[in-house]
Design a protein around this ligand. Structure first.
Ligand SMILES: O=C(O)CCC(=O)C(=O)O
Ligand SMILES: [Fe+2]
Length: 363
């Protein structure tokens, strides 16, 4: 498979190799993603081209993704945006502050009880491109779907730039930096706006060509003048497809007057690549369709409801066939209603006491 990924991070010595020659501002690892105290990133702003039409510009969109580690496309139609927002209004009204998570805004997992969102997983404007990037749609597996709300009155500011960890922790940074070819990636995210996003709202922002590092200070040194942080501004329905290990954040509104800031809603899906691949040296690739680690405070994060996990449609069943340990426990109870007590996925009155609220550790 041809690999045209030119992210230059592989040429940078790993932290620890050469400590003495590292510039003093080069903080290691994730600390290197907060280079300016009290700010987000370096503030070196780049811009993305207009969203690609994912059907008529399929090849162009794919090439852009390969070069930059992300691509922006038009996904949802206005009618879909309206319908999905109406459903979000319902769960916001029902749950209220129950779904406020410090640092995260309002976090919700609609998959379990809101079949209204199922079509977003299989959307014809994004799934073919997701499949192409993962090396074939038959290799795409759904592993997470979260909804995030942000509003100026109650939500936090200043999320740090970060990669979402790759391969459920199985793929080390070293493997990511050295494997040849790099692609297809192990995990891919889609971030879709349900509200218009501009300078008055927070936006999803990416650091192009950052998928082989976790440190923007070191990337900036490698890329020189080409380094930038790209705010994704666009109307509701716009979608950013991104390698899950590309560095990104929720960038605060450019408008600093809180009275002029507006709220934002975003959908985040994560797909894993299933199937074995080999490196150029013949060694087996890691990360083949692994579930995400189970997180107590987000217990319903990777869970799949019966209608999808046990679907009679083979393509749906295949898409939802990666089951984390708590999914297997749930299936063993024949999808007992009180197993998932997480209010961040509930519909209607919350059932029972929330038993997975982050106070005890589960792996
Ligand atoms: O809300 C955003 O724009 C980004 C959130 C984020 O970092 C994530 O969902 O992984
Ligand atoms: Fe993230």
């Amino acid at each position: 498979m041809k690999d045209n990924i030119s992210d230059p991070i592989t040429t940078i010595p790993e932290a620890g190799d050469n400590q003495d020659s590292r510039p003093s501002r080069d903080l290691s690892g994730r600390a290197g993603n907060i280079p300016v105290k009290g700010g987000q990133g370096f503030g070196i702003i780049g811009h993305h081209p207009p969203p690609f039409d994912p059907v008529n510009q399929f090849d162009e969109a794919f090439s852009f993704y390969e070069e930059h580690g992300y691509v922006v496309v038009t996904q949802l139609h206005d009618r879909e945006v309206r319908q999905l927002n109406a459903v979000c209004d319902q769960f916001h009204q029902e749950r209220g502050a129950e779904i406020d998570v410090p640092g995260q805004g309002q976090l919700f997992f609609p998959l379990l009880n809101y079949p209204e969102f199922d079509g977003t997983v299989f959307h014809t404007n994004t799934l073919p491109l997701v499949g192409r990037i993962l090396g074939g749609v038959e290799h795409a597996r759904h592993i997470e779907f979260n909804y995030r709300g942000w509003q100026p009155e109650t939500s936090d500011y200043g999320m740090a730039y970060h990669p979402d960890d790759c391969s459920g922790g199985l793929l080390t940074l070293d493997q990511r930096q050295t494997r040849q070819p790099y692609g297809p990636p192990d995990m891919l995210s889609t971030f879709t706006y349900l509200t218009d996003v501009d300078r008055t709202t927070p936006c999803f922002a990416v650091v192009p060509r950052s998928r082989r590092t976790h440190n923007i200070q070191r990337l900036r040194e490698a890329l020189g003048d080409e380094y930038c942080e790209v705010p994704i501004w666009g109307k509701a329905g716009t979608c950013c497809i991104v390698d899950r290990s590309t560095i990104h954040t929720r960038l605060d509104p450019f408008e600093k007057d809180k009275w002029k800031q507006r709220s934002r809603r975003i959908l985040h899906h994560v797909f894993a690549r299933a199937g074995e691949l080999h490196n150029e040296d013949g060694s087996l690739r890691t990360g083949n369709g692994q579930p995400l680690a189970v997180t107590d405070w987000a217990f319903s994060r990777g869970l799949i409801p019966k209608r999808l996990a046990m679907s009679e449609d083979p393509e749906v069943a295949r898409m939802f066939s990666v089951w984390p340990s708590h999914q297997q426990e749930w299936i063993a109870t024949d999808f007992a209603e009180d197993f998932v007590s997480d209010p961040k996925s509930a519909r209607g009155p919350t059932r029972g006491h929330y038993t997975h609220d982050g106070k005890k550790n589960k792996t």
